[in-house]
Design a protein around this ligand. Structure first.
Ligand SMILES: [Zn+2]
Ligand SMILES: [Zn+2]
Length: 262
């Protein structure tokens, strides 16, 4: 049967660093028109785009991944007509509510109604690993990651083409086996935070170095997978980039913002 060939889809990396520094912002992916994965640099979006954001999926509770949530709801509260839906593991949402949206550090917007409708400003949605979620035309599947707090990597698919955003992670052979066996997955964004000489720190904080990433990549024999490196610590950017250049597997580091086609 004749099938229309998909031209693919695209998304924006709004923040790609493992911290903050001049011109460096923490993890934030924008999938038009209304979906964000992590909230490290939401204000890279224009006002119009910001107002269209309805869904933010948080991979875990660390500050660099949710730092803009309080400001996003504050900015859009008086203007939005639908609740902002915040998705995460139960532990992630609990931490956000207990430590930030707690009336002490910031208002708890899930108990405030929007001025224009009868709906609450924020809605929390719990997610579970290996369940499938349908959000704004995307299929989203969380997979358990290897990090110091409960964390998910995210598989996102559309039109039969997918990406994996590992979020913060150390070695996770199960995930790389899934990637190897799923030809629909076209690209991976993977955490490499530290240079390899800091492997003690990387292991203690459960992040990759170029060396540990190379171990996981050994599980990939497909030739069509693009591997992008993100979450580089700004203070060690030069060293990590230099090391990645010498790696015997081609990877593409992202520092700053970027549009990617899937
Ligand atoms: Zn992080
Ligand atoms: Zn983290």
């Amino acid at each position: 049967m004749w099938q229309k060939k998909s031209n693919g889809w695209f998304f924006y990396v709004l923040g790609s660093a493992g911290g903050r520094a001049k011109d460096r912002y923490s993890m934030c992916l924008y999938l038009p028109e209304s979906l964000l994965l992590d909230a490290g640099n939401i204000f890279a979006l224009s006002r119009d785009k910001l107002l269209q954001v309805e869904h933010v999926v948080l991979t875990h509770s660390h500050l660099d991944h949710l730092v803009d949530i309080p400001f996003l709801i504050d900015y859009t509260y008086g203007l939005r007509e639908k609740p902002l839906k915040i998705y995460g593991l139960p532990e992630t949402l609990d931490s956000l509510r207990k430590n930030i949206m707690n009336w002490d550090v910031w208002p708890e917007f899930s108990s405030l109604k929007l001025p224009t409708t009868d709906e609450y400003a924020v809605e929390y949605v719990q997610i579970k690993p290996l369940q499938e979620y349908h959000i704004d035309g995307y299929r989203l599947i969380p997979v358990e990651s290897r990090h110091t707090v409960p964390t998910v990597s995210l598989i996102v698919k559309r039109e039969g083409r997918g990406i994996v955003y590992t979020s913060d992670t150390y070695r996770n052979p199960e995930l790389w086996k899934m990637i190897q066996e799923d030809p629909e997955i076209k690209l991976v964004l993977v955490d490499v935070s530290f240079p390899s000489y800091m492997s003690m720190v990387a292991q203690a904080s459960l992040h990759h170095t170029p060396q540990s990433l190379r171990e996981d990549i050994k599980l990939i024999s497909r030739k069509d997978l693009r591997v992008y490196v993100v979450h580089i610590k700004p203070s060690h950017e030069k060293e990590v980039l230099e090391e990645l250049r010498k790696l015997d597997y081609k990877v593409y580091p992202i520092v700053g913002k970027r549009k990617l086609t899937v």
